[in-house]
Design a binder for this molecule. Sequence first.
Ligand code: HXC
Length: 498
Amino acid sequence: MTKTNYDLEKQHAKGKLHAIERINALCDKDSFYEIYSAAHHNCTSFGMDQKKIPYDGVITGFGKINGKKVAVYAQDFTVQGGSLGKVHGQKIAELMSQAVNAKCPIIGINDSGGARIQEGVDALCGYGELFYQNVRASGYVPQISIIAGPCAGGAVYSPGLTDFIFTVDSISQMFITGPKVVKSVMFLDISAEDLGGASIHSQKSGVAHFRCQNEKNCYEQVRKLLDYIPHYYGENIVAEKFKFDAHKSAKTIANVVPEESKKAYNMHDVINCVIDSGSFFEVMEEFAQNAITGFGKIEGKSVGIVANNPAGLGGILNCDASDKIARFVRYCDAYNIPLVTFVDVPGFIPGPQEEQKGIIRHGAKMIYAYSEATVPKITVVTRKAYGGAYIAMCSKHLGADFVYAWPKSEIAVMGAEGAIEILYAKELKDPLKAELVALKSQEYKDTIMTPTIAAQRDYVSEIIQPEQTRERVARSLEFLENKQQNTMPPKKHGNIPL
Ligand code: HXC
């Protein structure tokens, strides 16, 4: 990198690393080469003709992570607040375009006050070009955003268009308009942290995918993520060495699901018994915890894991969980990462709150994403699979290649209590018929709520013991390795209910 007068102290005073330090922390040692370092704005208004802005506020270049090439840019907040003018935007857009040509991931380190106010519409043009390149690259090369400072106004939409957003406690803030504007327009006093801090976007808005304790940890996590994903569409990942303790796994998995059907358990325990030891890398861990999404490895190869988690809201599907699953499924499908889905779901959430939020629209995204995905799709039903949620969680009907069900699975339209309340509403009011109702409830459990009927109809490929899951999934993935599928009629593109 060229030795400009980097204002390290100004940045350190805010508890942040400088752009140049960030790039060095992210990339392999001495691997980064800066390009377009001489770029400069040509704005003359509001005293800008007097302002020298090194590299126009953003360092751009290419380097390596884990020995593989990447394109990187880092905005420098010490230079006119990292604000984005026409040249600043063009630099990033050009880098992105080259990353697409070179087939490598794009990593953006964002720390910016948004559109450079002095440049007016030229600044907006800079953003427009950036967004266009974000969309061009989407699904072709992975795009990762690190939010390493305030990101205001237009500065949030480029990260918003990327695949993964990393935030850092205390220093990341993302908002369309900052606290001052909120105060003047809405008469609301709110801190930047409460408006768009790391925990807001990881836990509530679902904008961010990862929350890290500090910057150092953040760069490590980005490097780790890049170890799980193909670096461009079509890249064939070679299996790595792996560890798996079959004995320990078999012992644990047999006892994870409680006897009592309504009792909660943590689906992470099941996932960890199926994938290579210690390989789970969770995505959106803090958002919609009734669903789990993340990458894992099976026999050294990456898979996308999706699951309901009975430990969170009983594993029910709501708007947020549906969005989280749909987006993850589409990412995996775009990059040919096989999907393994673990199902224990009592249904889609009922009630006015989620209906008004649009559970129909959000749930439909999931159904769409799974149906559209052509990667190998393997589903494991560990316990409940009720109603529409049974279908939506990658059932055979949505194109799962193999569905495995554990012997105590309950695959039905709904739970026995709900079913009997509807079928025997009159009898339930009569205490003399209590015995009949209990009998019917048991009959429903024994005859309808089992995996047997689904297996007889081929909706379930095989009923397996929990201890057999790892081996079954691994062999199925091996069998499906060269899967080719094109069952859609020719069209420009579908219309996912966004
Ligand atoms: C030009 C900017 C700037 C901007 C900050 N600076 N933002 N210069 N354009 N957008 C400059 C400041 O003037 C200051 O310059 C230096 O950067 C550091 O900024 P401070 O305000 O001193 O830093 P801090 O107190 O940490 O506050 C950070 C901040 C605040 C919260 C981000 O700067 C802020 O509110 N900025 C404006 C945010 C905003 O509304 N942006 C425009 C959004 S509209 P000196 O010379 O004093 O060091 C937008 C539309 C695009 O982006 C839409 C596209 C779709």
